[in-house]
Design a protein around this ligand. Structure first.
Ligand SMILES: NC(=O)C1=CN([C@@H]2O[C@H](COP(=O)(O)OP(=O)(O)OC[C@H]3O[C@@H](n4cnc5c(N)ncnc54)[C@H](OP(=O)(O)O)[C@@H]3O)[C@@H](O)[C@H]2O)C=CC1
Ligand SMILES: O=C(O)CCC(=O)C(=O)O
Length: 430
């Protein structure tokens, strides 16, 4: 079978339409066509049994025209050079769409963290920082959590950096625990930010949450906070999946109950879900994680990984609205099929930007040495999400284009302007 994942070339080809509409200069196009810096390293890990193992790891800094590069670190067996590079490009666009003073980066280790003990995980996380410490810093490149990483890991990483530098530098990493200079609201930010974009869209299209059914692919940090608050607001969450299975109930699911049970069982679809129903009137059905994507729901929320919808399954997707919380969950070729079927896609570079938006607030708090409460942080998050979503919606209407095209126009216009303002030197800022 041909790999249905999207390639760098496919993304660049898709961008041509945006460049033409905005009359982007060939120089700017060239600058945006490849990352500025890629580090590939092999991290040694002494396993608990005494053996030595090496793990491939990357940090890619795509573009720093608008500020220090910013982006998460993921731990997953699928992490590879081209994947991290795509993710770092999307970070560049995302930060510009949100008008944050950052460029884009991403990092990752090719590892299944579920196979490591807690001490092994800590040693590997610290080893990663030792490998990249020369190219990160509060004014250079600022990592954060992503898939399979969390505040605990960010805390170890920030501590490792401080030890190497022999000084406190909390602003080098965001998504830290509160006690180490983390911000209130960072953990829930991606899910809440995505919901804010969905709420705006529903308002514009006179859709009431109570009239919708929602399926959520991926029940980790982003998917859980999204699903929990969506349920509280009246959206009908009827299906949820993780990397093992999906669960479905036509009469609705309470995400908090599912979350509490997942903390014990680790997997959706284990017998606990059938013996302790997560809805009131009907038993919960266990489906395959692939089946969830084909459910006839009003809103399909993609909060797992890239390439969830490819040319292989696009024609079986029935939801008329897709909310992309994951990065790159719909490939460019799959999007063509979905658009032909009239599907609306609320795009990743806008929808999932809540995480980096609160990361920016954390970075600001670290730098000024003053901390805000949860209400203040959430207010700033929701205001920025609302403003930039409205800008994208209005641009899409004015240009009669898709929301993804509008978001990219908004981001690329800002990046191109900053490149022009830097002048015509063959600059290398970092
Ligand atoms: N965290 C953040 O702040 C941000 C995250 N994102 C993006 O959102 C996505 C999710 O990130 P996050 O929630 O942090 O990651 P987590 O690691 O917290 O959660 C990922 C979830 O996806 C599930 N999953 C993995 N593969 C599949 C699959 N094939 N089908 C269904 N579910 C699957 C995992 O299952 P299991 O529980 O079984 O492991 C887990 O529930 C990623 O694409 C990430 O890049 C984007 C912006 C910010
Ligand atoms: O919080 C951040 O800095 C980046 C989060 C991230 O990796 C993402 O938005 O994909």
């Amino acid at each position: 079978m041909i790999d249905p994942s999207q390639t760098h070339q496919e993304i660049q080809l898709w961008l041509q339409g945006i460049y033409e509409t905005l009359s982007i200069s060939p120089d700017t196009q060239r600058r945006l066509s490849q990352p500025k810096l890629t580090i590939h390293t092999h991290i040694p890990l002494r396993r608990d049994d005494g053996s030595l193992q090496f793990f491939s790891a990357w940090r890619v800094q795509y573009d720093d025209t608008r500020g220090p590069t910013k982006g998460g670190i993921r731990f997953h067996p699928s992490v590879c050079s081209s994947g991290v590079s795509n993710l770092s490009f999307w970070m560049t666009i995302k930060c510009a769409v949100m008008n944050l003073p950052f460029g884009g980066a991403k990092g990752g280790i090719c590892v299944d963290p579920k196979t490591l003990s807690r001490l092994e995980l800590e040693r590997l996380s610290r080893g990663y920082i030792r490998s990249i410490c020369d190219i990160i810093g509060p004014e250079r490149d600022i990592p954060a959590p992503d898939l399979n990483t969390n505040p605990l890991i960010m805390g170890w990483m920030a501590d490792e950096y401080a030890q190497i530098q022999r000084r406190q530098a909390p602003a080098v990493i965001t998504g830290k625990p509160l006690g180490l200079g983390g911000s209130h609201g960072r953990t829930s930010a991606t899910g809440y930010g995505a919901l804010q974009v969905l709420n705006q869209w529903c308002q514009r299209h006179a859709k009431k949450p109570q009239q919708t059914t929602v399926a959520v692919q991926g029940f980790g940090n982003a998917g859980y906070y999204f699903a929990r608050r969506a349920h509280e607001m009246g959206y009908g969450v009827v299906a949820i999946s993780d990397s093992h299975n999906a669960i479905y109930s036509a009469s609705g699911i309470d995400p908090q109950t599912v979350w509490d049970q997942k903390q014990q069982k680790r997997k959706l679809g284990e017998s606990i879900y059938c013996t302790t129903p997560v809805c009131e009137t009907e038993a919960v059905e266990v489906l395959s994680k692939e089946q969830l994507l084909e459910l006839p729901v009003d809103i399909m929320v993609l909060a797992a990984m890239e390439n969830a919808i490819t040319t292989d399954n696009a024609c079986r997707v029935k939801a008329p609205l897709i909310l992309e919380i994951a990065n790159g969950p719909v490939t460019t070729k799959a999007e063509e099929i979905l658009l032909e079927h009239g599907t609306t896609i609320l795009p990743d570079v806008l929808v999932n930007a809540g995480g980096v938006t609160v990361s920016h607030l954390e970075w600001v708090q670290n730098r000024i040495g003053e901390y805000w409460d949860e209400i203040a942080v959430e207010k700033r998050l929701l205001q920025r999400m609302e403003r930039e979503a409205r800008n994208c919606f209005e641009l899409a209407e004015a240009q009669k284009c898709t929301l993804r095209q509008a978001a990219y126009m908004q981001g690329i216009k800002r990046i191109a302007q900053a490149m022009d303002q830097r002048g015509t030197q063959d600059y290398f800022a970092m």
